[in-house]
Design a binder for this molecule. Sequence first.
Ligand SMILES: [Zn+2]
Length: 391
Amino acid sequence: MGKRPQHVKQQHQRHWGRWLIGIFSVVVLVGLIGLMMVQVLDFSAPETSSGQSNQTDPAQQHQTSRQQPTSQDHSHAAESSGHQAHGSKSSSTAAASSSSSSASTGRSSSSQSATGVVPDAAAGSSANADGATSTPRANDADPTPQAPTNVTPAPGQNHLAAASQYAFDVQQVRAQMYGQGSAIGQKTVFLTFDDGINPTITPQILAILHRYQVHATFFLVGKAINQSTRALLLQEYQSGHGIAIHSFDHNYSRLYPKRRANASQILAEAEQTQAVLRQYLGQQFRTRVWRYPGGHMSWQNLAPADLALRQHGYYWMDWNAASGDALGAKEAPKTVAQMVQYQAYSLSYFPDHGVRVVLMHDAAGKQLTVAALPQIIEFYQQRGYRFGILS
Ligand SMILES: [Zn+2]
């Protein structure tokens, strides 16, 4: 009697079993919801805090305001010639005399490279300056850690977020360079390297810039960007340098048939190179900075090309200082001392408005540029310049 039949007992047990499972799953469900809420709160917290830390970028607010240029493109169509011609808008002959006289004065000093011993001073990388504020959060155990803040891209820009503190609007730099503005303020130098990427020269340039903790703008030729140079492109970008365009294939006769700019070809090469850069650096990347191969100062009929570029968000930039590393064999500096001297000498051909844009090359064979770079950097450091990138 007292015994229930076996199947009733089993039913009873099943009944309890279902209850237990039910309660258990409710508990699990509530637990999961709770966990998710904690996660959500947890994730939202650091985002806002790091976002703020980026925005309150030390006193650099003025740089982010991009002003429309007053029309300055008329400023110089000095039809001087030569790739390296660095005549100013008004004095195209100055370039020629500069190169010959500097070559002759340069030759007299035969001292060899005193590849400046580098005070490994700036241990606190400037690139880290605002990255350091992003302290690790509770979700450290996240198996897919986010990239460190100092390699976070600045969306729509040609540089990392951390580089914003020393990135300057290309239009404002150009305006000040030609004495038509003062937005850049204190003395600033922009080291620029054209014609890369080169697997031999570019890494050496990057190493020197890193050693000195200064940044530069690389004007890349689109066709030089491919799988084999991809790592160097990433290194340029992730080291906090600026990325700019210097045409797709650097072919004068296509860009400037009969020395006259072909606007549609020029724009097409800018867009093509932009596309390649975005392919490797991500769709958040976008550069506005363009340098005409040979320089704006060297060609004719540039107004239509300038306009086409501007309508697509590109702004050209020449230079007002040069290392002389693309001059013909005859005039080119032959030693580090000559190159350093040439660079200093080149300054005298442009009025000084507190902004220097230095033309150099990280192309094949530019080993002398590598050797002279430390002294060129020191030249500006000793004169109290800060180092900027073009954006
Ligand atoms: Zn070039």
